[in-house]
Structures are given as C-alpha cells and as structure tokens.
Design a protein around this ligand. Sequence first.
Ligand SMILES: Nc1nc2c(ncn2[C@@H]2O[C@H](COP(=O)(O)OP(=O)(O)O)[C@@H](O)[C@H]2O)c(=O)[nH]1
Ligand SMILES: [Mg+2]
Length: 507
Amino acid sequence: MHEVVAMHHPKVQALRNLRARMEAAGDADIASRLADLADRLEAGDSRPHIAFCGLFSAGKSSLINAIARTQARPTGAVPTTAAVESLEYEGPEGTLILMDTPGIDSTDPAHQAEMEAALHRADGVVLVMDYQHVEAEENLELAHSLLAQGKRLLLVVNQVDKHVDWELDFSEYQRRVEETLEAYDIRCEGLYYTSTRASVYSQLDDLRRHLDEWAAGADDVAEAGLWKSVRELVRQHTASQFRPAVDEAWRRVEAVLGSAPNADEIPKLREMLAQEWARAADERDRKLKEVAAEREAVRQSFLRMIDLAQIAPYETTERGRLYVESLRPDFRVGWLGWREKTQRERAGRKARFVADLAERTDKYLLVPLQNALREWVRTTPWADAAWLEDIPGIRLTVDEALVDAQVRPGAIGSDTYPYQYVKDVVAAIKRQAYGGLTQVLETWWKAADAAVRAALAPVEARMNDLQTRFDAIAEWQGLVAEQEAYADRVWREVLEDAEGGVADVAG
Ligand SMILES: Nc1nc2c(ncn2[C@@H]2O[C@H](COP(=O)(O)OP(=O)(O)O)[C@@H](O)[C@H]2O)c(=O)[nH]1
Ligand SMILES: [Mg+2]
C-alpha cells in the first residue's frame, strides 16, 4: 500500500505552516484568513480580487454593476450588501473578481468583520466616496491604512452627476479634492470621478480601463497582493500577541510620567532622562568628594601634629640609651653581690626613662592633641558638642611593658642601637596616638554621615525618580523592539519555507 503524501508547492506549504503556527498561538481569526489565502494559491486562482469599499450608499454596488454592465446586483438605499458578494468581470484584458462590501460605517460588527475579511483577500481596493463626502474621516483613514499595508488602491469620487456648475467650477471642485488628499498624505495610483448616471464629468470608462490594466497584469497583481496580505497578517498577529504586555508597559510609562507622551518623542525623552540623571549623579558625587576631602584634611592636620610632637628630647634619649645599654650581657655594677646591684641599676634606669617619657608624652603629645581636638569641635559648624566627651577616651600608655616590648635583644651589642631603640619606643607611642585619633574620628564621621545623607536626600530622590521613569520607558521600548524582532523572525521563516520567489513585498 502506498502512502499518499500531499505534495504542496513550497509557497502553499509556507502558508499552511504559518497558519498552523497562528492556530497554535490561539489566533483563529488570522489562521482562517491564511487558510483562505493558501486555498487560493493552491487553486492557482490568479484572478485579481478587487474589493469595493467606502461609506454606505456611496454607490459601491451600483458602480460594480456599471463596470460589469450588469444589473444583477441589488442596489438600494438600505445596506442590502450584507454578505460580501463578488462578481466575475471579464474585461478585454482578462478577468477580475469584483467584491462588493457593506459600508465602512456599518454599525453591525458582522458587517465590519466581512469587510475586513474582504480587504484581506483583496489584491486591490477601489475606495468609493460619494460626491458630498470626500472629506469624511472614515474614508481618509481607510485610504491611509490600506496604503500603509501596501495595497494597490484606486480612489473614486462617485455621483459627480450631482455637481451643479453654477455653484462651483468642476475643476475647482477637483482641486479641492486633491488638496484634501494631499493634506492627508494620500498618494494612490489613480483618482477617478464617476457617475453611474449620465454625466459629462464621469470618468467611468477610464476607471474601467485602469481595472483592465490590473486584469492584464493579473499574475503580478494577485501574487504580490497575496504576499502583502500575508505580511500584514503576520504584523497583525504579532501586534495582538504583544498588545497586552506593550499596553501594560505603556500604561506604566504614562503613570510614571504623569502624562501620555508622544511615542515619537520617547527616544529623545529617554536621552533627556539619562542626561538629567547623570547631572544629578555628578552633583551627588561632587558633594561626597567634598565631604571626603574635608575629612581627610582634618585627619592629616592632626596626624601632622602627632608627627611633630617632641616627646624624646636629648635628656630623655639619654635615659633611654642608659637603660638599653644596661641590658648588655657584659654590664655589671660592683663586684661583691654584683648581680643584685646590676639588677637594681637596670631597674632604676628603666624607671627613670619611663617616668620621663610618660611625663613628656602627656605634656607634649596627649594634652596638646586633646586640646586641638576640643578646639576643632568647638569651631567647626558641622561638629557636635557631644563629641567633646569622646576626647578623654584617647589614652596613651607609657609604662615598663611598653619600653621592654621595644627591646631587640639581637641588636643590643651594636653602638648605634641605643638611638634606634629610643626611636622605636617613640614610634610605638605615636602609633597609639594615631590609633586613638583614628578611632575618635571614625566615630565622628559616622555620626556626621546622617547629616550628609540628609543633605543628599533631595538629589537622591530625584535620581530615583528619574531612574523609575527611565526604566519604564526602557521596558516599553524593549517590548516594542522584541515585537518587531518577532514579526521579522516569523516573516523570514515564511520566506525560507516558501524557498524564495516572494519578491517585492513592501516592509
Ligand atoms: N445621483 C446618483 N446616485 C447614485 C449614483 N450611484 C448610486 N446612486 C444611488 O445611491 C444609492 C446607494 O447606491 P448603492 O450602490 O446601493 O450604494 P452602496 O451602499 O455604496 O452599495 C442608490 O439609491 C443609488 O441609486 C450616482 O452616480 N449618482
Ligand atoms: Mg451596496
């Protein structure tokens, strides 16, 4: 038994694949339109389908009859053209399918859907306007959107038999019509003035000839029209898929901006927000740098004070030298009971060195440093008087343990060591002073940070606000870009499926 495999032309297959995809995405409406197009392509029906649309009573049905020179179509003052009826027109150059539609002003949603379906199937559109309603918004908007979709479009001003010469020159009337179209940026491939009644101004035959031209180029017209419809369906499908998310993002943009911006101005707005944010960030950083620089200057001035404090002048250094020399192994005092005497001498030298050093440390380092800090707290506007209580917390311990800890037994024998030893002891004391100072300053800076933050609060609030607005805009833009990328991807896949041969489809 042979399995029967339906062999489709790749273009038909491309449409069927796309249809399946739309159906899977839950877009039944688009899927059925694609099925319709696929059927037509498969049937090899290259007769161009021309939809006649326009406001109710513009004369669409009458015009189709007049073109086809038949009276088979019902015409009348009520919208009788409910279901879209089509009529085969066999002209000298070939065949066209003329599709009648209900009016675009139809309040019946079923009529509206029929018209949209007809427009989708249409390879070309004849937009019929009656003599008195050329300026109707519905007509102009429809013309706009059809051109945007890349539809071939003819504009027809019908019922020109109503023109009364003594009211207005006909050429003046035409000029006004053309002006209106220009004002709406509507450029189509043909504009005709017609009447289904006898009128010197009627260009009905010219219109028919234009349609005959379309019939002559049937293959091109039908095929190009079909792929344009497919492209438009992809676009519509994408828009409906993304609409909830995009709308939501847009509502957020409106909410955070407090007004509805013009979508065209969004990139400029985003740029402005980014610049404003950068300016605010600069302001904040400048302020923070200022604060940091001021604090560092204060710290440096006290460090310098510690560095310069003279706590070991000549006499003190001498005492240190005498002490450390007494630690040498060959140091001895007396001969009878020399061990005790030597010990006593060492202890005495150490005590004198420590006492001298402690007194000078207090007098020339600790007291001046604490006084300077008190003075600084009192005279600095942003310092807190409560900080004065922290100053006594800076303590310098100068005792026997400290001077012993600095002795380097291996170096004791060297002649130059005693002076180095005193320097080491002084450095150990100053390290305590640096530590004490740093601790106090850190406590103060921490306390002052609250005031700095408070001062920066307005600029930071502004930055947050700008960031929120920027994020909302970026989010919306991202979704729009994603939507475009998705539509492009789907369309590229259609073209790949169709294995080329789909040329000249306006983006
Ligand atoms: N004066 C005038 N009346 C027309 C013309 N064409 C159609 N009509 C009338 O306008 C009314 C609506 O015509 P119809 O073809 O049904 O319009 P449709 O709703 O657009 O299909 C009918 O009464 C027609 O007889 C025309 O060229 N001149
Ligand atoms: Mg009608």
